[in-house]
Design a protein around this ligand. Structure first.
Ligand code: ATP
Length: 242
């Protein structure tokens, strides 16, 4: 079966600094894949490289088997890929609804088609229906994260890239947000979830990749990978044994 998204020897650099060293991954339709790793492992870089936010080789990223590496982010949206970026990057000074409308317009211009509407999003996150006219900066962190996820969903993605959506949120709010992910997958959307909390990453995914210093050090089915294997892959064998 052809993967909906795959990376092949993905390399990314910031000037002279190499952040990714030949990363091979696969994501299948409707699948949830977690990406874990210590700070600086390259997780955000990996998502940004897929999204076209960093220059990468054409063949290094493929959608349905077709090379798309280096395609500009707007065009990636048109091809069905959306990102919930680290730090949310909402448009402050604008209301919840206006933030979401930017995504609707962007998806329309990019030619993205799908079933996500404001009404559908309000069923997923009912609090957003009560806050439509509220400036996003007045929302709690969890509510802001819901807007960020909503903005990505309104781009009608087949592939959703989520960068640390639990960061800085209270456990109850994290549970609420993660509870929405199965419903998103039920639409047929595949997702890559970058997550610092290893337990959460395992429980929310079918498969898992662990990265260390720009390389994949472990991959397998999330339910089958042991804590010991993750410890070694996360910190490197020498650290795990120390
Ligand atoms: N804009 C940038 N310019 C230069 N180096 C960068 C830049 N962004 C990230 N890096 C470096 O690239 C490496 C990978 O960073 P990246 O943010 O992808 O890691 P991460 O696994 O997402 O970590 P974190 O959990 O801290 O976000 C790090 O060494 C980081 O310092």
């Amino acid at each position: 079966m052809t993967a909906v998204l795959s990376t092949h020897g993905l390399v990314a650099r910031y000037g002279d600094f190499q952040a990714l060293y030949g990363v091979d991954t696969e994501l299948h339709a409707g699948e949830s894949v977690a990406l874990i790793g210590a700070n600086g492992a390259g997780k955000s870089t990996f998502l940004r490289a897929i999204m076209g936010l960093l220059p990468v080789g054409r063949d290094m990223v493929r959608l349905d088997g077709a090379p798309v590496g280096g395609t500009r982010p707007n065009e990636m949206v048109g091809k069905g890929v959306a990102i919930v970026p680290e730090g949310r990057r909402l448009f402050t000074g604008m209301s919840v609804e206006d933030n979401l409308r930017v995504a609707i317009d962007r998806a329309g211009r990019a030619g993205a088609r799908g079933g996500w509407t404001l009404a559908r999003l309000h069923r997923l996150f009912p609090i957003l229906a009560e806050k439509t006219k509220v400036p996003v900066q007045s929302l709690s962190g969890g509510q802001q994260q819901m807007v960020a996820i909503g903005r990505a969903l309104l781009c009608q993605p087949r592939v959703l890239l989520c960068d640390e959506i639990s960061l800085g949120l209270a456990p109850k709010v994290i549970r609420e947000i993660y509870a929405a992910l199965p419903e998103i997958r039920a639409e047929g959307t595949a997702m890559i979830v970058v997550e610092q909390d290893v337990g959460l990453a395992q429980s929310a995914s079918d498969r898992l990749y662990c990265m260390l210093e720009g390389r994949v050090t472990l991959t397998g089915r999330s339910a089958e990978i042991t804590r010991e294997a993750i410890g070694e892959a996360y910190f490197g064998v020498r650290h795990a044994m120390a």
